[in-house]
Each structure stands twice: as structure tokens, then as C-alpha cells.
Ligand binder design. Structure first.
Ligand SMILES: Cc1cc2nc3c(=O)[nH]c(=O)nc-3n(C[C@H](O)[C@H](O)[C@H](O)COP(=O)(O)OP(=O)(O)OC[C@H]3O[C@@H](n4cnc5c(N)ncnc54)[C@H](O)[C@@H]3O)c2cc1C
Length: 526
């Protein structure tokens, strides 16, 4: 049996499903091949951190994922970098948005959304081979009713860190392995009287307070205590140069590790409530980035393209934004509307984002290692963290908010290349947040000028760009007009109430650069 389609996605994990949603919003219905018959119950991410929270808000997924009303709010209190405190209250705008939701739930919600959007999700179907020719990729599949082939114009490998797509495409995965670390993690009960009802901290006699959801370092290792609502606390230690163990992981082993790291006894007990409960020991970790994110008609997304041995959630922050970056570009190529270089910009832009997270992961690994020289370096860091600019810099790095794409505009407005600002607008139909205008994932020109003079400057026939005219609410914004790409990045901006001819030329150039030449009349775009 053989099937033909535009796009096949190998892997129905969070990033493959997100890409499927993005393609569908742009009018291309992919086939998702997922080898598991249902979402993996293996506990992985406990949530999303950073700019990705704003991205899922733009797609209307924030409320579904958080199961709570209202827009996301950033953490403007306290966070850690390599187990050193970041006083976020120093910042005017904290970029550290967070969303606590287990990965299995993220996958379920993205799968529901993809199904609503008409995606063909084939569970129990495993990719076992692929070849490429000039016209298509041929994917060999072991399906629930036997083997078959899919011929697709493009294949996206979202098949995780051990990606077969990456291997069969001959793409290397260089990076660093951390062989010296052992991380032990378990859901466990702790003595109730040790939990501070006000702060939620766990006060360990002989050691002191462990603030919840933050990492802590001692001379002997790292520890974290995460009391997620509705679950028993998740407790984790990291140690260096541990002897190998052939024994199954146990709570006694975690307690012994806590004793070594904290220098005090923390009597953890069996977790209460329904499982599944985590009880695991991981040795080592990897920080790696694929040599290339593309091989002709094959693209890599998410963990298939990059992995990080670091806490703080770079995995899904990057992977879901890879999907948002690739989806609209690939769809434009399939519809025949992509300008030259559009698909190539996927790797350029996302490699830059991955590179920042490599630095983040490696720097944090170095700064939490044991040893007196590391302690001295940390003391210096802690002095630097008294400066607002340093806190902003590290918070932006953790959130991925420091990524600024090159939009090809010299001396561009400061918002150009960045993720869309978080603002409210008064439109003819009422007050909306800019994020709410991103639900359709279409290119958007937002015109706040008197008389909507900017919208008139779009090239004739640019019917791929939605135009919204509005008034700033409740006070003036740092812009009067914005051109937004579907991945929520600003392609062009002005802060002039009456942009001059040169600025409007810039707008036209940006519209052509990202959304192609005007569509001839009578040739509607899907
Ligand atoms: C213990 C742990 C804790 C983590 N904590 C966090 C965190 O707090 N925050 C965070 O952001 N990230 C965290 N991560 C990382 C995060 O889990 C990954 O970044 C994320 O799973 C990557 O998603 P993905 O869709 O790219 O790959 P995966 O989730 O690995 O999904 C790949 C999918 O492809 C399928 N597949 C593989 N091969 C094939 C094939 N040949 N054919 C068909 N299907 C195939 C797999 O079954 C799987 O469903 C954690 C990871 C681990 C291991």
C-alpha cells in the first residue's frame, strides 16, 4: 500500500503535534506517525517555562493547558539560575512566564487540538526507513495493519533525542555528555510539620529552608523540592562521581543521597495519592545540537534537533517554538507562496535560539558542580546578581526572550525580530490582547496610527496579511504599527504617528520578504 501527502511528521510527541497544529492552521493537513498507541505516561516535563508560554497563549492553548481562566502572568518574584537567586522584583517586565502542567497532559491537549484541526494522527505506526529523491521523501512505515509506504513532499522528524529521521538522514549530533552526574528523582512524602504554611518551603533541621520549585546547591550536590498542587512533592538530588549501582532505585537511596547533599537527614516516605509516581535514577546527560536541521526535504524539530542536560525547561520552550517557526514556512512552500530563502530561515533562526540554550545549559552545569573554586565563582556571580541588568540578562536567557531574529532591516525598531509585545488594544469590537489576535496564526499588520495610514501602504494584493486597526489601550505603546509573522515575531515596526515614505518602503519590503510577492487577482490563497 502507498499513500501520498504533503507533509509527514515522524513522532507525535509535543513538538510533532504542535507542528501538525501549525501546519493545519496554515491550510496543510499533515500525517503524524507515532509509534506508541497512546501518550507515554513516562514523567518528563512538569511544565513550560519562558517565552513558549506566551506562544501557546497566542494560539489559544494557554487556558486549555493551565485549566484556568485569564492571561498568563510572569513570575516577578524569585527564580534561580544554577541554584543562585534571581530577584525578579528588580525587573520592570519579567520574561519568566511559567505554566505547571505534566508533559503527558500537554501531549493529550495538543493531540485533541490537532484532531479538531483535521490532522491524520496514526498511533501505533512507526517510521522504519526513509529515502529521498528530487520530488519527494518516501517513508517506510510499520503500521498496525502491516507495513506500507508514504510519499510526501516533506518529512519533519519530531521523533525525539534518538531520532531515526536524523540518523537516516546522515545528520550528526555533536555535543557534550556529562558522565559524572547521577540524578535521583522521586515523588515522596515529607514530615508535614517541616513545611512552612506561608512560604511552602521545606525546613530541614540541620540544613535550613529549601524554597519550593527552586534548585539548591551545596558543596556535595544539588537538590530541589517541588510540591506541585494535587501531587506528592517531587524531590530530586544531583551528585557527582557516584559509584555505579545495579540495584533498582528506591526511596532509601534517595534519602541517603539527600543526607549526603544536605548534610542532614530528610526522612522521605512513600508518596500519597494516586500515581503514576516517579522513582528514578539517571546517570549522565547530554547537551547536543544537530549538525544541520535540514537535509533537502527533511527537517528536524525539537529534541531530534537539540537536547539539554539542564533544569529549567529549555526542551519544550525551544521545541514548541521550532514548530511555530517551521509550520507557516513549510505551508507557504507547499502552497507555492513562499519567497526565496523562507525555508532556509528555519535553521538560521532556530539554531541561534538553540545556541543560546546550549550556553545556558553548559554555564549552569559548570556553576553547580562541586568544589571550592566553583564556590568562589558563585560568590562572584552572587555579587553580580545584585545588579538589575544582570538579573534581566539571565532572566531573558532562561526565558529565551533574548532571541532576536535578523529581519534584514538596518537600524530596525527595537521590537523588530523579537517576540510580539504583550499589550492590550482597543478595536472596533472592544478591548483585546495582542495575543488574542494570534489565534489564526496568520500574518498580521496592526495599525494604531490615526486614519490607519500604514495599512494603506501594504502592496496591492497582499491578501495573505490580516489587517487590524486599533487604538492603544490604556496608554501609549512603544509602537504605532507592527507587522507580525505567524510565529509571533515582529517583522517590521514603527513608532511614528505618521510613518514616512522610507519606513513604509521598509514595511513593503518586509511583507515581500516573509509573505512573498502579491498574489495575482483571482488566485485565492488557501
Ligand atoms: C526526566 C525529564 C524531565 C524533563 N523536564 C523538562 C521540563 O521540565 N521542561 C521542559 O521543557 N522539558 C523537559 N524535558 C525535556 C522534554 O521532555 C523534551 O524536550 C520533549 O519531550 C521533546 O519533545 P519532542 O516531541 O521533541 O520529543 P519526544 O517527546 O521524545 O517525542 C518523540 C515522539 O516520537 C515518537 N517516535 C520516536 N521514534 C519514532 C519512529 N521511528 N516512528 C514513529 N514515532 C516515533 C516517540 O514515541 C515520541 O512520542 C525533560 C525530559 C526528561 C527526560
Amino acid at each position: 500500500m502507498s499513500v501520498s501527502t504533503d507533509v509527514v511528521i515522524a513522532g507525535g510527541g509535543p513538538n510533532g503535534l504542535m507542528l501538525a497544529c501549525e501546519l493545519s492552521l496554515a491550510g496543510v493537513r499533515p500525517i503524524v506517525l507515532e509509534r506508541l498507541s497512546e501518550p507515554s505516561p513516562e514523567p518528563k516535563a512538569n511544565g513550560l517555562l519562558g517565552q513558549v508560554v506566551r506562544m501557546v497563549d497566542h494560539r489559544g492553548l494557554y487556558e486549555r493547558l493551565s485549566d484556568a481562566p485569564g492571561p498568563p502572568r510572569p513570575n516577578s518574584a524569585y527564580f534561580t539560575f544554577a541554584a543562585m537567586g534571581l530577584n525578579l522584583s528588580l525587573l520592570e517586565d519579567s520574561p519568566l512566564y511559567g505554566l505547571a502542567v505534566p508533559q503527558q497532559r500537554i501531549v493529550q491537549i495538543l493531540e485533541e487540538r490537532a484532531t479538531e484541526l483535521g490532522v491524520d494522527i496514526r498511533r501505533g505506526h512507526q517510521v522504519i526507513g526513509l529515502t529521498q529523491d528530487d520530488d519527494a521523501v518516501t517513508v517506510d512505515v510499520a503500521g498496525t495493519d502491516g507495513d506500507y509506504r508514504v510519499r510526501a513532499r516533506y518529512l519533519a522528524g519530531a521523533d525525539g533525542a534518538h531520532s531515526l529521521t536524523r540518523k537516516l538522514s546522515g545528520i550528526g549530533f555533536p555535543g557534550v555528555s556529562y558522565d559524572r552526574t547521577t540524578t535521583r528523582t522521586a515523588h515522596a512524602s515529607v514530615p508535614a510539620g517541616w513545611v512552612d504554611a506561608g512560604t511552602g518551603a521545606l525546613n530541614v533541621p540541620g540544613h535550613g529552608a529549601l524554597r519550593p520549585f527552586l534548585s539548591h546547591r551545596t558543596e556535595h550536590g544539588g537538590v530541589s523540592y517541588a510540591p506541585f498542587p494535587g501531587h506528592p512533592p517531587l524531590i530530586s538530588t544531583t551528585e557527582w562521581d557516584q559509584p555505579e549501582s545495579g540495584e533498582p532505585m528506591s526511596l532509601d537511596e534517595l534519602r541517603a543521597s539527600l543526607g549526603r547533599v544536605l548534610g542532614a537527614d530528610l526522612p522521605v516516605g512513600p508518596p500519597q495519592g494516586a500515581g503514576p509516581h516517579v522513582l528514578r535514577r539517571l546517570t549522565g546527560g547530554n547537551t547536543r545540537v544537530a549538525e544541520r536541521f535540514r537535509d533537502r526535504r527533511v527537517f528536524l524539530v525539537g529534541d531530534a534537533a537539540h537536547v539539554y542536560a539542564s533544569g529549567g525547561g529549555p526542551g519544550l520552550n525551544l521545541g514548541l517554538q521550532d514548530a511555530a517557526n517551521l509550520g507557516w514556512k513549510l505551508a507557504a512552500r507547499i502552497r507555492g507562496t513562499a519567497p526565496a530563502g523562507l525555508l532556509g530561515s528555519y535553521e538560521t533562526e532556530r539554531r541561534q535560539a538553540a545556541g543560546r540554550m546550549v550556553m545556558n545549559a553548559q554555564a549552569q552545569s559548570a556553576l553547580i558542580a562541586p568544589g571550592g573554586d566553583v564556590t568562589a565563582l558563585r560568590d562572584l556571580f552572587i555579587e553580580l546578581l545584585g545588579h538589575r541588568d544582570t538579573v534581566q540578562h539571565l532572566a531573558d536567557l532562561l526565558a529565551g526572550a533574548d532571541v532576536r531574529y535578523d529581519m534584514g532591516i538596518p537600524e530596525a525598531h527595537p521590537l523588530v525580530g523579537r517576540f510580539a509585545p504583550d499589550v492590550e488594544l482597543d478595536t472596533s469590537t472592544g478591548t483585546v490582547r495582542l495575543a488574542e489576535l494570534g489565534r489564526t496564526a496568520r500574518p498580521l499588520l496592526l495599525d494604531l496610527t490615526e486614519g490607519a495610514s500604514v495599512a494603506e501602504a501594504l502592496p496591492d494584493g497582499t491578501d495573505r496579511v490580516d489587517v487590524v486597526t486599533a487604538r492603544p489601550h490604556p496608554s501609549a505603546h512603544a509602537f504605532t504599527a507592527l507587522l507580525l509573522r505567524p510565529d509571533c515575531h515582529v517583522a517590521w515596526a514603527s513608532d511614528s504617528s505618521n510613518p514616512d515614505a522610507a519606513e513604509l518602503d521598509g514595511l513593503r519590503a518586509a511583507a515581500r520578504r516573509w509573505f512573498g510577492s502579491p498574489v495575482p487577482a483571482g488566485n485565492p490563497v488557501v
